[in-house]
Design a protein around this ligand. Structure first.
Ligand code: ATP
Length: 256
């Protein structure tokens, strides 16, 4: 690689930017409060590099769902701004998709119908190609004509993931996508997600309760506590114990 006189990039930036097809995400003093109370999120300052895999952990009520709802454009910050690929995010956006805990599939549609649901504006041939490609990526080739009720929980989550991938997002948001699954299925799907992330150079924000899952999947982990970022660090520099201490607000758990 040619040496330059530019400011040296961190490992994280090099790794992310050299393979970037995902979108960058920036939160600038983002604050959201429910009603007139204090519950909610923020202020949050956060920058996610294109192609970065960020895991978000936090106890119940720490603001994880609020954060994802803001990133998905379902909620608007009362203070601050969110930018996707440097443009203000003012609502749901075609470059981002959300996969939730329970696969929200349409039972009256086939697997292919579910995966292609967001592609109805595309010409039929392109839609079919994208659907087949997305199903192949999640290991469900041959399942196009199946009905949702014929699938296992893990297969349904694969269909959800395929539906999200089919729209070719620049930012993939995942809200505890595997937590309803048994450990073996969860681990298998997590590894497949890593492969998909790597192949597509997506930017990923993954919310999980499982600290070991966060450290396994995320290249970077943030811990939320009381609606604020209590810790923001590369996953490889963290242990489950450090993460737990940060979430519990113990001494010695200052951001690394
Ligand atoms: N619709 C709402 N109205 C009022 N307060 C809310 C609402 N939704 C969430 N809150 C409050 O906002 C704070 C953050 O909630 P949020 O759901 O984002 O947390 P979470 O980390 O996702 O929790 P969990 O892991 O239990 O889903 C909590 O104090 C919660 O009680």
């Amino acid at each position: 690689m040619t040496a330059t006189m530019e400011t040296p990039r961190t490992d994280r930036q090099v790794a992310a930017q050299d393979r970037a097809q995902g979108d960058s995400l920036t939160l600038d003093k983002v604050t959201f409060r429910y009603g007139s109370g204090q519950a909610g999120l923020g202020p949050i300052d956060l920058h996610v590099e294109p192609g970065e895999f960020l895991c978000v952990v936090g106890p119940s009520g720490s603001g994880k769902s609020t954060l994802l709802s803001l990133l998905a454009g379902f909620l608007r910050p009362q203070v601050g701004q969110i930018r996707l690929a440097d443009a203000p995010l003012n609502g749901p956006h075609p470059r981002l998709t959300l996969v939730q805990q329970e696969a929200a599939l349409f039972p009256w549609l086939t697997v292919a119908g579910n995966v292609g649901f967001g592609l109805r504006s595309l010409p039929r041939a392109e839609r079919e190609t994208r659907v087949l490609d997305a199903l192949r990526q999640v290991g469900l080739q041959g399942y196009e004509k199946r009905r949702v009720h014929e699938l296992s929980g893990g297969q349904r989550q694969r269909v959800s993931l395929a539906r999200a991938l089919a729209v070719q997002p620049g930012l993939l948001l995942l809200d505890e996508p595997f937590s309803a699954l048994d450990v073996q299925t969860r681990t298998g799907l997590a590894d497949e997600l890593l492969g998909i992330w790597w192949a597509h150079k997506l930017t990923v924000v993954f919310v999980t309760h499982h600290l070991d899952e966060a450290l396994h999947l995320g290249r970077r982990v943030i811990a939320l506590r009381g609606g604020e970022i209590a810790l923001d660090a590369p996953a490889k520099s963290l242990s489950v114990q450090q993460l737990r201490a940060a979430l519990e607000g113990q001494a010695g758990a200052t951001p690394l």
